[in-house]
Design a protein around this ligand. Sequence first.
Ligand SMILES: *[C@@H]1O[C@H](CO)[C@@H](O)[C@H](O)[C@H]1NC(C)=O
Ligand SMILES: *[C@@H]1O[C@H](CO)[C@@H](O)[C@H](O)[C@H]1NC(C)=O
Ligand SMILES: *[C@@H]1O[C@H](CO)[C@@H](O)[C@H](O)[C@H]1NC(C)=O
Ligand SMILES: *[C@@H]1O[C@H](CO)[C@@H](O)[C@H](O)[C@H]1NC(C)=O
Length: 395
Amino acid sequence: MLRTFASSVILAVVSASFANAAVTTLSLDPVQGRTGAYMQGAPDAGRARAALMKGRATTIPATNLAYVQYTASVGVGSPATYYNIVIDTGSSNTFVGTGKKYVRTSTSIPTGQEVNVTYGTGFFSGYEYLDQVTIAPDFVITNQSIGDALEYADFEGVDGIIGFGPVDLTLDTLYPDVNAEIPTVMNNALSQGLISTEILGVSFAPANSYSDTNGAITLGGIDTDLYLGDITYTPVTTTYPSNYYWGVNVTLATYGETTVIPGSYAGIVDTGTTLIYIADNWYSTYQDSIPGAYYDNSTGLIVIPEQSVEYMQPFNFEIGGGIFSLSPEAQLLPKDQNEAWGAEPGLQYGYIGPIGEDSGTGLDFIIGQKFMERFYAVFDTAHNQVGFAYTTHTD
Ligand SMILES: *[C@@H]1O[C@H](CO)[C@@H](O)[C@H](O)[C@H]1NC(C)=O
Ligand SMILES: *[C@@H]1O[C@H](CO)[C@@H](O)[C@H](O)[C@H]1NC(C)=O
Ligand SMILES: *[C@@H]1O[C@H](CO)[C@@H](O)[C@H](O)[C@H]1NC(C)=O
Ligand SMILES: *[C@@H]1O[C@H](CO)[C@@H](O)[C@H](O)[C@H]1NC(C)=O
């Protein structure tokens, strides 16, 4: 989720309706190993895999929950209580308590600090603790600063967030220590020798059911089994405010033959945002290119007339010199999910939406979950870059 700052541009980020997202009980067992699509025989797989295994890295399963968020099962305390928390590269605080309450154990140390974080949608506030965090049985972070959410909004069906954003996003979230940065899970994993480099690999995929454990995240490296070909990297942008996040420049975007993003513009890559948002003027270009398409205020989704669907074109993002193309299918909400999204049965909705402001803000798009369901993503702190690669579910 986009973490918003009181002092920064306020972004009106429209989110999908969570109204029908019933609380789902998931397996609370820490599952080790990997899930998701497996790609056999990539030409450089053996070499790259050897490189991956040289350092320490751990891959854990990720669940596509209610089609609108990805969660991981993470333990807190000793004995650990397991929480299903949102995998979020758009914020950096880690907290629990919005669904299942924080269970304090002998490892839970109050810091005496209050914590309060506001997101593009929702917020939480409560108290900050230091505790032990179990990512996998052999991957236990000690002394991790975590929030206990006592007041919150918009965390339907999940227990909190694991923040994979840059540490600067934790500034001004504690009280009274407003100037303290809170070491993130990745910061602590590195300093405690659990990983050898701060790289997060993200493998998402379109869900086949309401709770589909079809994804995986790798802490400390990339998993070459989870993508095809090479990873295309692009530097983290220097453009404010995207530079506070996993921000990148898109250098061009087209819908079929129509130019939608007309040059190099900055935005962010955010696993915690469901849709793909582009500046309102660019969204208008996209919508106007699809005969009869309109914006539905109640769901925050584009509606596309049935007769226009067969003429839809690919939406192509140019990033770091590579082309990342969303096929028509990758732009569309499968109709059998309409009910889960709180949408009208029978209508055809889409995943590309307006960000709430015209371009020129320095945060002109959000590449969210629905993009990453089609492309592998790499968040590389050490080299200050973001990478994307094709997968078996790109098309
Ligand atoms: C948390 O921050 C929000 C937005 O800044 C504010 O409205 C709210 O009162 C704060 N809550 C607490 C408990 O501090
Ligand atoms: C635990 O983490 C906090 C910050 O989150 C830090 O101030 C403190 O020094 C750490 N303690 C140890 C023993 O590493
Ligand atoms: C990135 O985009 C911003 C506009 O959002 C632009 O000012 C900047 O020059 C771009 N950076 C690069 C390296 O193209
Ligand atoms: C959607 O709502 C906004 C304000 O909330 C309004 O300005 C706009 O006209 C509405 N659009 C449609 C298509 O109803």
